[in-house]
Design a protein around this ligand. Structure first.
Ligand code: M6R
Length: 614
């Protein structure tokens, strides 16, 4: 989604803004732009396509030197990704420039009003409406902050706005409703951005903006108010990861680096969860044990990969707690009038904590009286802030658009939650919980073992790179793993890939199997899982119809050998924990195959890292 940065201070605004935009490229975008203020004038440059196009334009038509600037990477919603539709947009007299992230839902009515007032629009965007409204207020004599208040009270929808005024060269004004915004506080310099990554090089002191707030920033500080000008509360925090964590560290892609970070990420997620007497403690659960005992239904809501983590969680949570657990795609949730009561527990999973569909789903759930627990990777993001409790996954920044360590840590956090509920509700004995925790704590070393043996997966990607379609099959927790394997491949290689429950194959999908189609199959543990033999039969069914079978199976299982064209061995694990291992080769396979096809693995076409519009 769009990335925003604004800067005021002694440095060269252009280079701070361009570097900040570069660090937010992972969010996904299709045009970029910058505006700086110098000598009472605005200077703007905007280009469709990658940031390198804007940089080339700046080399050809340099901007004047300046200490105040705003920049934007746009992910198109209203209007194609053209130079004209790129941000910043200006008011009619060219005095103010504004950038926007979000969607202004009442833009058509506001545009009609402005056009009736003689305003001629330069773009097709909803965002220009905000720039034109602000320009009109400032032209009528309002200061930038006063103008911002007026327009925020007129806009409906989701917006982060940042504006500069050519006649107020040492300040920026920003506003936030439903889209992310943080302030970075440096020494005699201040930043505003969608993401701390944009300014982490200069300061790690940040301030989280609340909902419906405006901030006016100058080099010496910031002032927060609400949309009516009343003083607003804001929450300072220290960013505890550094720039190197957001850089590639020698890998070709962030995605590959993040795949290899998984042993540490999962270990960090599990760290410090046991009390001295061996009880599982989740400090962040601020819902009383009595309330958790009253829960009669668990509903997991999430999108994309996080939704698949939820599907894995369902098997574990129901098995350990005996409470019914539904898993919902967040964008569908509130529109089907779900049955939610004060005894429902909604668990929301989001790496970014900013996904609009998920946010709206939990708002709906809370209005109906449900308690909400968020599983999230981003400290202080909107979703955990609006939930009753949060379990943070400690994966560190995930930059690649295709989620990898996000998924594994979400699954690990869901296991923790399931075991915690089992402990509180007494559905498992303490020693049973301790045994699962013990196995869980051993998983990072096993994930490392998978990562130490990847040459086979890389070779396989090279052999299969010219295929146009692949299938992924699994049963029980292997089914969400199959879905995730297919999603990874689709997202970054643009190949047709589908995940199916292996038992469903004969009810339709087997018609897709033709000569030579690669079919990946996740096999449950042999001898300890009732589905093992059924999956082996499913492998035979597809192989008999010409499929090339790639079988992911634990060490020592020889039964699959006669039916496998390729065997990927996994360390032994219990059925419920196997997704932490089986997903890893599939992630790496997708990453390698997309690399061989020459795709931009970290920023696949049409996708954004954090989807902040519904
Ligand atoms: O930040 P979130 O976890 O809420 O994001 C949810 C999905 O948008 C995300 O998982 C998406 O499906 C990824 N591109 C998957 O790789």
């Amino acid at each position: 989604m769009c990335g925003i940065i604004g800067y005021v201070g002694p440095r060269d605004a252009e280079s701070v803004v361009i570097d900040g935009l570069r660090r937010m490229e992972y969010r996904g975008y299709d045009s970029a732009g910058i505006a700086v203020v110098t000598d009472g004038q605005l200077a703007l440059r905007k280009k469709s396509g990658k940031l390198s196009n804007l940089v080339a334009e700046l080399e050809e038509r340099p901007l004047p030197s300046s200490h105040t600037g705003v920049g934007h990477t746009r992910w198109a919603t209203h209007g194609a990704p053209t130079d004209d539709n790129a941000h910043p947009h200006t008011g009619a007299d060219g005095r103010v420039a504004l950038v926007h992230n979000g969607i202004i839902e009442n833009f058509a009515a506001l545009r009609a009003e402005l056009e009736a007032d003689g305003v001629v629009f330069a773009s097709e965007t909803d965002s220009e409406v905000a720039a034109q409204l602000l320009g009109r207020e400032v032209a009528r004599g309002a200061s930038l902050v006063e103008g911002m208040r007026v327009i925020c009270n007129r806009l409906e929808g989701a917006f982060t706005l940042v504006a500069v005024d050519a006649q107020a060269p040492d300040r920026l004004v920003a506003a936030r409703r439903n889209s992310p915004l943080v302030v970075g506080v440096g020494e005699n310099e201040t930043f505003v951005a969608s993401d701390v990554a944009a300014f982490i090089e200069f300061t790690r002191e940040a301030v989280e903006m609340g909902q419906d707030q405006i901030v006016e920033v100058t080099p010496s500080g910031y002032e927060v108010t609400d949309f009516d000008g009343n003083p607003g509360e804001s929450k300072p925090f220290h960013v505890d990861w550094d720039l190197s964590a957001a850089e590639k560290g020698g890998y070709d892609w962030f995605m590959r680096k993040e795949i290899y970070e998984q042993p540490r990420a999962v270990a960090d997620t599990l760290l410090g969860r046991l009390s001295d007497d061996g009880e599982l403690v989740l400090d962040e659960i601020r819902i009383s044990a009595d309330d958790l005992r009253r829960v009669n239904k668990i509903i997991i809501v999430a999108c994309g990969t996080a939704h698949y983590a939820g599907l894995v969680a369902k098997y574990a949570i129901e098995h350990w707690t005996r409470v019914a657990c539904e898993v919902e795609i967040a964008s569908e949730f509130r529109y089907r009038d779900p049955i939610i009561t004060s005894e429902s527990l909604v668990v929301t999973i989001s790496q970014s904590g900013e996904t609009a569909d998920t946010l709206m789903a939990i708002r709906h759930a809370r209005v109906q009286g449900a308690r909400v627990i968020a599983i999230c990777n981003t400290n202080g993001a909107t979703i955990p802030r609006e939930s009753d409790a949060v379990i943070y996954t400690h994966a560190g920044p995930e930059i690649g658009v295709a989620s990898t360590k996000g998924f594994l840590t979400q699954v690990a956090a869901c296991y923790l939650l399931g075991l915690y509920l089992a402990q509180v509700r007494g559905t498992k004995f303490g020693d049973e919980i301790a045994a699962v925790l013990d196995e869980l704590n051993g998983m990072p070393a096993k994930i490392q073992q998978v990562l130490d043996n990847t040459q086979q997966v890389l070779d396989l990607a090279a052999r299969l790179k010219d295929r146009t379609s692949m299938l992924f099959l699994g049963r029980h927790v292997g089914y969400p793993v199959a879905l995730e394997g297919a999603l990874k491949l689709k997202e970054i290689s643009y190949l047709h890939a589908e995940g199916f429950p292996a038992g469903e194959l004969k009810h339709g999908p087997i018609a897709l199997v033709d000569d030579g189609i690669p079919v990946f199959v996740i096999v449950p543990p042999q001898g300890r899982d009732q589905l093992h033999d059924k999956v082996v039969s499913n492998i035979q069914e597809v192989r008999a119809r010409g499929a090339k079978t790639v079988v992911l199976v634990e060490e020592g299982d020889h039964e699959v050998e006669p039916y496998s064209d390729e065997i990927i061995r996994l360390p032994k694990a219990s059925t419920l924990l196997q997704p932490l291992l089986a997903t890893v080769p599939l992630q790496l396979f997708a990453c390698e195959l997309a690399t061989l096809l020459g795709h931009d693995v970290d920023q696949p076409r049409n996708l954004a890292k954090s989807v902040t519009v519904e």
